[in-house]
Ligand binder design. Structure first.
Ligand SMILES: Nc1ncnc2c1ncn2[C@@H]1O[C@H](COP(=O)(O)OP(=O)(O)OP(=O)(O)O)[C@@H](O)[C@H]1O
Ligand SMILES: [Mg+2]
Length: 234
């Protein structure tokens, strides 16, 4: 049984449909890419999985439990965390306070969990008393990832991973993402650098105008002519 099963999902805003019959699976231990151009519905899919958007029809099953239209707090508690598009940190709070906020549904062992995040990102420890709004882009993304990990998720959703970050920062952060996955956290990641993300993921889905049009092993999709033309500029 897959860790996350999305079955024939339809959703949107008001009466405008965005997601059309979307089905996908994430298995335990997998890191999976979600590719697609601007406005394709990637963020909408994430928001729907985590309970911020209503499911019109279809089902979302996580870890054997039907979470379709469950309250977002329940879904987070079950073990899904999100690193949202734009990071959405609490700019006027310190690094440590932002991390504490990440544990809002599970406040046990907060000190130990914060220490783990500082071990993963020593730079955040150095900046622990600084306001999130004063951090560099790379530090902000570390903090957004750290805040999501404070929930000790089984599944991590990462939206627009490298947006606005310098190449060297992206390179070091992507290694940490791979490490987090190897330690057992399943990951679904949206990233515009298709070449890079296909190199580090097991599988990928392509979403176009709200529908999944292509899916397969990342190692095979790298050589797929449709992917080459549309996303690799080859
Ligand atoms: N809050 C909203 N209200 C109404 N329509 C919205 C809202 N958010 C997004 N949309 C529309 O839903 C569609 C999908 O948007 P979404 O943000 O999910 O795409 P995306 O794949 O994440 O794009 P991007 O690569 O630009 O982040 C777009 O047509 C968008 O205009
Ligand atoms: Mg988006």
């Amino acid at each position: 049984m897959a860790l996350l099963e999305v079955k024939n999902l339809n959703s949107g805003y008001g009466d405008v449909q965005v997601l059309r019959d979307v089905s996908m699976e994430i298995n335990e231990g997998e890191i999976v890419a979600l590719l697609g151009s601007n406005g394709a519905g990637k963020t909408t899919l994430f928001r729907t999985i985590i309970g911020l958007n209503r499911v019109w029809s279809g089902k979302i099953i996580f870890d054997g439990i039907d979470i379709t239209n469950a309250p977002s707090e329940f879904i987070v508690k079950k073990g899904i965390s999100i690193v949202p598009e734009g990071r959405r940190l609490f700019a006027g709070m310190t690094v440590t306070e932002n991390l504490t906020m990440g544990a809002y549904v599970n406040r046990k062992n907060i000190e130990i969990k914060i220490q783990k995040i500082f071990d993963l990102f020593p730079r955040l420890f150095e900046r622990r008393n600084h306001l999130a709004g004063d951090l560099s882009g790379g530090e902000q993304q570390m903090l957004a990832i750290g805040r999501a990990l404070m929930n000790e998720p089984k599944l991590l959703l990462i939206d627009e991973f490298s947006l606005g970050l310098a190449p060297a920062v992206v390179e070091s952060l992507i290694k940490i993402i791979s490490d987090i996955n190897r330690e057992g956290v399943s990951i679904l990641i949206v990233e515009q650098d298709v070449q890079m993300i296909l190199e580090i993921t097991h599988r990928a889905y392509v979403i176009e105008v709200g529908s999944i049009t292509i899916n397969g092993k990342s190692s095979e999709l790298m050589h797929d002519s449709r992917i080459k033309e549309a996303y690799l500029g080859i």
